[in-house]
Each structure stands twice: as structure tokens, then as C-alpha cells.
Design a protein. Structure first.
Length: 202
């Protein structure tokens, strides 16, 4: 009888499973990912996966949780960086874009339209809440410091929606060769939003 796996070994195996599921979710679509397809990619039987996850939804929830937490770690690191709030807010935007283009499979999985019910997976629900807080925290600080006048929750979501839309267009190849460069569009988009809320000095 094989020796039981340690907690670290179990975590390592779960991570391997999650990576495969993440890739297949993007390549095939969530509906075509199955316990069988994941097991086949790993060279296992589908039965072996049930040692680590209850079903496919549990695997996809774990994959999305991991992706969200990786994104949050980068955003939080940017917020702890040097400089004033303007510099750190730019760093947050850079971290978001860098993550999207460095880990496109993870990014696409985060925003896939079909997703497991987060209420059934507490870790996923917590990761979603953490991610959303990171999308507004830097705006809250800008308001607290008197740099802008706005509802930070609304404005944070406006920035997020705008940047996500631009990133998605770039990923889908919809910004053709005749369009302005991605960074040019991003700069003008952010500048336009900021100019509408920046606090005027009397």
C-alpha cells in the first residue's frame, strides 16, 4: 500500500490539477472541461481526481480562486509601493495589465461568463471579495487625501470596467493595426476619467 500523501504533497497535486483545468477552460470553454479531460491530460484515470476534488465545479472554483488571489497579491503589492497616491494608483493599473497579459489563461478564467456558484465555495467567495476591495481601495485613499471628489466605490468600478474592456479588446485582437496603441488608449481613457473627478483648488 502506498504511503499517504503529506499536506504539502496534496497541495502540490491540487495545484497541478488546477493548472490543467485553467488551461482547458480557456482552450475548450468551461462547458467542455470534464473530469475525464483533466485526468487524460495528467495521464490519470478520472477516478484518481476524486481523491483531490469532489467534482469539476470544485476544480474550476479552486482554479478561479487561485487566479483571483494571484491578481490580488499583485495589486496589493503595488499599493504598498513607493511614491504618492498618484504613483501607487498608476502602479495598481500597471499590475493589473501586467497580470492580464502575463497570465492570459488565468485572466480569462476569472471573467468567464459561466462560473461555479461562489456561495457554494467559501474560498472562492473570499477571493472575489478581496479582488473587489482591491479595485476600490486606491480610489478610497485618493478621496481621503482630497485628491479627487467622487464616490470611491462607483469610481473604482468605473476604472475597473474601463480597463477590463480595453484589456479584453486587446486580447481578442480587436484593436487593429490602424487603432492607436494600447498604452495610448489606456492613458487617454484614465486621463479622461480623472479629469472629471479631480478636486479643483479654490
Amino acid at each position: 500500500m502506498p504511503a499517504p500523501l503529506t499536506e504539502d504533497q496534496i497541495a502540490e497535486v491540487r495545484e497541478r490539477i488546477v493548472v490543467v483545468a485553467e488551461r482547458q477552460a480557456v482552450e475548450r470553454g468551461l462547458e467542455r472541461v470534464s473530469m475525464h479531460s483533466i485526468a487524460q491530460a495528467l495521464g490519470w484515470s478520472a477516478t484518481a481526481l476524486y481523491r483531490y476534488f469532489q467534482n469539476k465545479d470544485a476544480i474550476l472554483a479552486a482554479a478561479r480562486t487561485a487566479s483571483l488571489n494571484r491578481l490580488s497579491e499583485r495589486l496589493e503589492m503595488a499599493m504598498r509601493g513607493p511614491g504618492d497616491i498618484w504613483a501607487r494608483s498608476r502602479a495598481v493599473g500597471n499590475a493589473y495589465v501586467d497580470f492580464a497579459f502575463s497570465y492570459p489563461d488565468a485572466y480569462r478564467l476569472i471573467f468567464a461568463l459561466s462560473q461555479p456558484d461562489s456561495d457554494a465555495y467559501p474560498e472562492l467567495k473570499a477571493a472575489m471579495g478581496r479582488s473587489r476591495r482591491n479595485m476600490t481601495r486606491y480610489v478610497e485613499q485618493m478621496v481621503e487625501e482630497g485628491k479627487i471628489e467622487a464616490d470611491p466605490v462607483i469610481l473604482g468600478h468605473v476604472f475597473w470596467a474601463a480597463l477590463h474592456g480595453l484589456v479584453s479588446l486587446q486580447m481578442a485582437g480587436q484593436l487593429g493595426s490602424d487603432a492607436p496603441a494600447f498604452e495610448t488608449l489606456r492613458h487617454e481613457m484614465v486621463r479622461g476619467i480623472v479629469r472629471s473627478v479631480i478636486k479643483k483648488r479654490g
